[in-house]
Design a protein around this ligand. Sequence first.
Ligand code: UFG
Length: 327
Amino acid sequence: TSVKVLVCGGAGYIGSHMVRALSRSGHEAVTFDNLVTGHREAVGDSAFILGDLLNTHEIEAAFASHGPFDAVIHLSALSLVGESVADPCRYYLNNVTGTLNLLGTMKAAGVTRLVFSSTAAVFGHPRADLIDEDHPTAPINPYGSSKLMVERILADAAVAYGLRSVSLRYFNAAGASPEGDIGESHQPETHLVPNVLRSAMAGDSRLKVFGADYATRDGTCVRDYVHVDDLAAAHLQSLAFLDKNPGAHAFNLGNGQGFSVLEVIEAAQRVTGKTIARDMVDRRPGDPAVLVASSARARAQLGWSPVYTRIDDIIETAWRWHTQQRY
Ligand code: UFG
């Protein structure tokens, strides 16, 4: 059945793919975004409200003018680890207070289903090769802490108010819509795949490889890259899951396979046919050597099955976007 969903952060990288997935599945999406990191162009002609979760009047007005909503998908956040270390209060205010404002408005409006964007950063330094949902949460930066705080708030809200929620801990989101018209566009860009592709495009921008002395197969960090459309699909499945399951739930979303920085570069060279100039530089503070998800629980309980399992296919969609980047 068709549902009407408020997508907070719908103009962002993952949010814009979410909005498209909702409308392709016959649902109605209304985006609420402050455009601090999002892009108006990313949501096209779908319903858009300019507003900030830190302004309760704006969020209440969105519910009054565009509701009633069957559910909320909440992807509004500041998400740069380094920035969060430099300015933690800005991160806690935006990510935690913003969410509290949203929850208050949802409660007043009687909306009882939420899918929340969480992160692998809630785990901190991994203590296992494959990180499942039973792995201890011990974030090592304010960004990860802010997301874990919200997960705890959601657990309490489930008990106290009957709020049903799914927190999805994304590992490394990558790729773009295969149409190539929406994709990742951050300023500054810190993520590996777009930086690799930028180096493939412009001969003069050399990629920095942060650390070649990790205890991994080639010395560079290993990450679990998951396609943004596969992430969007997990949100749709989470909405269906919440129909039958009260409570607060969390799932790890990754491909279950790790690729090193050098392997990503090699894949990008295959896909683009270009040489990617790179310099080996010092480690970036706060980077764990290996982060790979076990998504067995998402597969079993949500019925999630990522379509993009090959790194080359993920990078190919990102390349299509980068060669015709519109915003
Ligand atoms: N890297 C480079 N050069 C670059 C960019 C990245 O070598 O120009 C390396 C990083 O050091 C890291 C890997 O590529 O080893 C991936 O880096 P990203 O910045 O793309 O992604 P992260 O794994 O650092 O970040 C992800 C999520 C965050 C989350 C974090 C948890 O994007 O939201 O995992 O550790 F907080």
